[in-house]
Each structure stands twice: as C-alpha cells, then as structure tokens.
Design a protein around this ligand. Structure first.
Ligand SMILES: [Zn+2]
Length: 254
C-alpha cells in the first residue's frame, strides 16, 4: 500500500475540494478492499449520488469522509435531517473515514459498518445564525465516542498498515448486528459494547458492567430493570461469539 496520494491527478482541477476529492477517491479505489469479502471496490460514476464506492460481489456501498489532520472525536456529516433520513433508509451505506496529513499521505483509515449507525451517534448542531448565508441550516456531527471499538475497523492506524486478515475478521465478528433491525434493541447492544470498551480489561465480571447501571438508566429512563437488561445483552453477545464466558463468572472479549 502506498500511503501518499497521486498528486498528478490534481492537475486537471482548480478548486481545492475537487483536487482532494479526486486524489482521495483514487487512493481508496487503488488500495482499499471490501471489508466484507476482500474483493476490489469500485468508484460510482459521479451521477450516482447514493454512495461513493461499491463491491460487485456483495453489493455493499461505501461513502467516504475525509479530513485533513487527525480524525479526532467527531466528523461533520452535513445536514442533520438528511443524515438521519439516510441512516434510517434501506440504502444506507457503510462509512469510510480517512485522515490525511499536510503532505498528502494517509495517516488513518477505517470503516464503520452501516449496522453500527443509529441515530444516537449523530449529533445535531445548533442552527446557523440569522447573519449566516445559510441562516437556520442545521448541521450534524458523527460522534465516534458512541461507536464501539468493534465498529471502527482500521486499515491504517497512525500510519501503520493493518493486516488484511485482521480487517476481514473484525468485520465478520459483528455482522450479527445486521439482523438486529429494531432501533431500541440495537441501541441496547451498542450501549453494552461501549460499557465493555470503557471497562477496558481483557477479562471482566458482571459487577464491572453493573457499575454502569445509573449511566444506562439515564439513556433508558423508561426501563425499570437495568440489571436484567445488562445480563440479557451479555448473554446475547456471548451467543453471537462476541464474548466468551469463561466459567468463573468471568467474561472475555472473543
Ligand atoms: Zn464485498
């Protein structure tokens, strides 16, 4: 994998955003494979606004969001209402995120599978002021803190290329989420995954997850049985091989 963009491509364009667009898209088409099957991905022609790339074999769609510098905790995601509409639609794409350096080479690149996209990860920004050109327009941010680590699959991390097999394995590990279609059910699974990330230990016990009871209660004020819900989710994750139950009341991330 070559980490630098082909800057020759930019010569045909005058606007900076077009230059970046062509360089980043050609880079992705040259070096990024479909995380679902490992095959090549292709650029959609410009007149197809649904997504930027697709895989012929498994018909997955991908949209690219790139940013100069570190990707950080959030990425702007355009109009809020449009973003919510997209992530609730049947044609919602997977998202690629790219952070590139001043010298035009890729520092970070990861994919977030579409089944991790729920409305809770989209932050609504304040409407633009009356004095702004687009007064009243409401933008949005994608909040990475609300996406479990299992849903941020790196191809390049801090300039280091990740083994292809690792990318493909990590994708397969959470495909079970595709079958969870109810927003509330998915919200609970992702919440528990985030708790497990926050515990940040190789092995943990039920009590570690119970520590989050009041935090989870705030997210789900209508639920009166948070502890039961926690146990239920852990069991679900164990049944999908996301977790292993080691016997002595200890859980491990698989
Ligand atoms: Zn594929």
């Amino acid at each position: 994998m070559e980490s630098s963009f082909d800057t020759q491509l930019a010569n045909n364009y005058t606007s900076q955003s077009q230059k970046i667009r062509v360089m980043t898209e050609v880079w992705v088409e040259s070096f990024i494979f479909c995380p679902g099957c490992g095959d090549q991905i292709y650029n959609y022609t410009n007149n197809k606004p649904v997504a930027d790339f697709y895989c012929k074999k498994c018909s997955e769609d991908f949209e690219l969001k790139s940013k100069k510098g570190k990707i950080g905790k959030t990425v702007p995601a355009g109009a809020y209402s449009k973003m919510i509409e997209r992530i609730n639609s049947k044609t919602k794409p997977n998202f690629f995120f790219m952070g590139y350096s001043e010298s035009l080479s890729v520092n970070d690149f990861f994919v977030v599978p579409k089944h991790f996209f729920i409305s809770e990860i989209i932050e609504k920004r304040n409407p633009l002021k009356k004095t702004a050109r687009r007064a009243g327009w409401v933008g949005s941010n994608i909040l990475f803190s609300k996406i479990p680590k299992a849903g941020q699959i790196f191809y390049v991390e801090d300039g280091r290329e990740i083994d292809k097999k690792e990318v493909l394995d990590k994708w397969q590990k959470t495909v079970f989420l595709k079958k969870v279609t109810k927003a509330d059910a998915k919200g609970w699974i992702l919440d528990i995954m985030n708790c497990i990330d926050a515990i940040n230990k190789k092995e943990f016990i039920l009590a570690d997850v119970y520590e989050f009871e009041s935090e989870l209660q705030k997210i789900h004020p209508e639920n009166k049985h948070i502890k039961d819900k926690i146990r239920q989710q852990l069991q679900f994750l164990r049944d999908r091989n996301y977790l292993t139950f080691t016997g002595n009341g200890t859980y491990q991330l698989s």
